[in-house]
Write a protein that binds this ligand. Structure first.
Ligand SMILES: Nc1ncnc2c1ncn2[C@@H]1O[C@H](COP(=O)(O)OP(=O)(O)OP(=O)(O)O)[C@@H](O)[C@H]1O
Ligand SMILES: [Mg+2]
Length: 253
């Protein structure tokens, strides 16, 4: 057992003397200002993010790249409201997430965020349909409507003919498409994908990225973390992270 505690140490000071932080942008879907994430490891403080600020307008398609340990997943977890910053402001859809308690965070996460992970994170014993229905169950939606919405979401990822299959009866690419249907079934504001093609072969990876292109074309806001240059190149904006800071932020299309 490690001696990790998630209690935040005293907030670090944001350097504001020469670089005052602009107020958050109320027009952006995501607006972060001076975000720090610090983990306390025994007596040592690990700063995973060092005062990150950026804005993401609705409808953008962004790739986040950077070396292992640079803070990409930490940033995704904050964007996705799985965690709160140690210091700084995070506004999502005009709501100040950085001040929310756990219940409010859970609610906003369910409404606003769809997650896709490298290892799919599906329930092994449940059918594709049931997996996709899960966020709707948490959202308190009745069973008839749930079924209908989950079927539509599966049809949208070309899996209308696989609704009763369980994960071990599906290919890797099909499993990831079930996970994408689950992420989108609530019509969230953002789709977050952390290494979504990390467990897939090249051909299947490209199929998943084609699906992301289409979802972006349909108006979805997408943020993808990846190690792979050809996956990152599919996005329209590329944010490079190094040592917990944004090193480069460029429009690539
Ligand atoms: N729960 C935690 N407790 C302590 N330190 C953590 C915790 N989570 C992450 N860290 C540290 O924060 C830093 C950033 O980690 P993070 O997982 O965000 O990196 P990453 O860029 O996603 O890396 P990878 O590409 O390997 O997935 C790392 O140094 C890591 O060791
Ligand atoms: Mg990571």
């Amino acid at each position: 057992m490690s001696n990790v505690t998630l209690v935040s140490p005293p907030a670090p000071t944001i350097v504001t003397a020469d670089q005052p932080l602009r107020p958050h942008d109320p027009g952006s879907l995501i607006s972060m200002r001076g975000i720090w994430k610090t983990y306390q490891m025994g007596s040592e403080a690990v700063h995973a993010l060092h005062g990150v600020s950026f804005d993401i307008p609705k409808g953008e398609y962004i790739a986040i790249i950077g070396p292992s340990g640079s803070g990409k997943s930490t940033l995704m977890n904050l964007i996705g409201c799985l965690d709160t910053p140690s210091q700084g402001e995070y506004w999502l859809n005009s709501k100040n997430v950085s001040e929310m308690d756990d219940d409010e965070l859970a609610r906003i996460r369910n409404q606003e965020v769809g997650f896709v992970f490298q290892t799919f994170n599906l329930l092994a014993r449940a059918t594709a349909l049931h997996n996709v229905e899960l966020p709707l169950i948490y959202g308190g939606i009745g069973s008839a409507q749930r079924h209908e919405m989950a079927k539509q979401a599966l049809a949208a990822v070309d899996l209308a003919d696989r609704v009763t299959h369980r994960p071990n009866e599906l290919s890797g690419g099909q499993r990831q498409r079930v996970a994408i249907a689950r992420a989108l079934v609530n019509h969230p504001s953002i789709l977050l994908a952390d290494e979504p093609t990390g467990a897939l072969d090249t051909h299947t990876s490209m199929e998943i990225m084609d699906l992301f292109d289409r979802l972006h074309g349909e108006g979805n806001t997408i943020i993808v973390v990846t190690h792979e240059a050809d996956i990152a190149a599919r996005a329209h904006r590329m944010v490079s992270i190094r040592d917990g800071l944004i090193e480069k932020d460029e429009k690539i299309r």
